[in-house]
Design a protein around this ligand. Sequence first.
Ligand code: COA
Length: 416
Amino acid sequence: MTKPLEGIKIIDFTHVQAGPACTQLLAWFGADVIKVERPGSGDVTRTQLRDIPDVDALYFTMLNSNKKSLTLDTKQPEGKEVLKKLIKESDVLVENFGPGALDRMGFTWETIRELNPKMIVASVKGFSDGHHYDDLKVYENVAQCAGGAASTTGFWDGPPTVSAAALGDSNTGMHLAIGILTALMGRQKTGRGQKVAVSMQDSVLNLCRVKLRDQQRLDRLGFLEEYPQYPHGEFSDVVPRGGNAGGGGQPGWVLKCKGWETDPNAYIYFTIQGHAWAPICRALGKPEWIEDPHYATAQARQPHIFEIFNTIEGWLADKTKFEAVDILRKFDIPCSPVLSMKEIANDPSLRASGTITEVPHKERGTYLTVGSPIKFSDMKPEVTASPLLGEHTEEVLEGLGYSREDIVRLRELQAV
Ligand code: COA
C-alpha cells in the first residue's frame, strides 16, 4: 500500500521527546526519516531509565520507530560535508536543539536555504523567537508551567500541578507535524521551502484556551459558575485550580466505585450533562429530582453539586467501575472508568485498533508502544522497530555516493 508521505525525505536532527514524537508520526505515514545522531552516544534517551542493561531504553524505542539512524559528528568538517549533501537532497530538516545550537554548527536558516531552496526547516524551542525567555532550554514540566497548564491544574488547596500527559513535549511535536505538512502543501504551490517554528509554551497554551476564556469571564464577572468554588468559596483575580471539575461547562467529578479503598484507580469520571439530567436521576433511582426545583436546572444544582456527587458515590459503592459504566452508558450518560496503564496495556479494543501495539526489536525482544492515534480508511500505519545507533549509516552514506573507502575514512576520523 502506498503511504501518502512516501518520497518525502526528512533529516531528523531531534532528541528526547518533542522532536522525535513529530518525526515518528511522519515516518508512520511513509516519510523516509533519517535520524542524525552523535557517534558513540546518540539520542540521550537511548540510555535514560534503561530496564535492560546495554539495550536501548523504552523511552527511545517508543519515540523513534520506523526511522533510520545515521551517526554523524556535525561539528567536524567531514561530518558537516555529509550533512550538506543530505540537505541538498532532502525535503525537511527537523530539530529541537537548545537555542542557537544549529546556528553554532554553521547551519543557519540562510545557509540551509542556499543549499536547498526547497528545504523546510522545522524547529521546536521552549519559547518563541523574540520572547524574553528565548534563550532558555526547556523540558516538559517547565513548558507546562510557562503555558498556563500548571497554574490551572490540581486542587485549590494544593500547589500548581503538572499533568502526566506530555503537553509540553509530544503535544508540541504534533503541532510541529501540522506545521511541516502545511509547509509541504505550501511548497507545492510556491516551489519554496520555509522555516516552521513551534514553541512549547505556545503549544501548551493552545490547549489551555478555555482557561484564558475563564480569565476573561472572571475579570468581567468576579466568579466562575461551573467551578467548585462557586457559590460558597472565594475567587481571587486569577483563574483558580478546579480539581476534577469539568472545564467545558458540564459539571463532572471523579467518583469512587467499589474497591476504591485498595485499588487506586477504582473510580469513574461522571459528567452531569444538562440534557442527561432526567436519565441520570432515573439511573440513580432518584426520579423525584427530575422536577424538584432544587435540582431541575444546572444553576439550581450547583450550590449542592457535591451532595449530588455524594449520592452518586453511594449508588456506586457496590459497583465496580466497569459495572457502573455499563449501566450508565444505557442512559446516555458521558462517563468512563479511570483506566490504569496496566488496563490500557491489555485493553482488547486498543490492541485491535493498533493504538496499543507490540513491536519486535533486534535486541530487546518485543516491546509495547502506542501506535498511530490517527486512523485512515486507505492506510493502516504500521509500527516498525526503532533503529540501533548508526544502524543505517552505511546505507545512507552509500546513497549519498560515498564509496566503501570514503566510509572507512570517515569512520577513522570518527565523523560517523
Ligand atoms: N554532532 C555533534 N554535535 C551535536 C550533534 C551531533 N550529531 N547533535 C547535537 N550536538 C550538539 C549541539 O550542537 C549542541 O552543541 P553546542 O551547545 O555546543 O552548540 C549540543 O550537542 C547540545 O545540544 P542541546 O540541544 O543544547 O542539548 P542539552 O542536552 O543541553 O539540552 C534540551 C536539551 C532538550 C533542554 C534542549 O535541547 C532544548 O531546550 N531543546 C529545545 C526545546 C525542547 O525540545 N525541549 C524538550 C525536549 S523533549
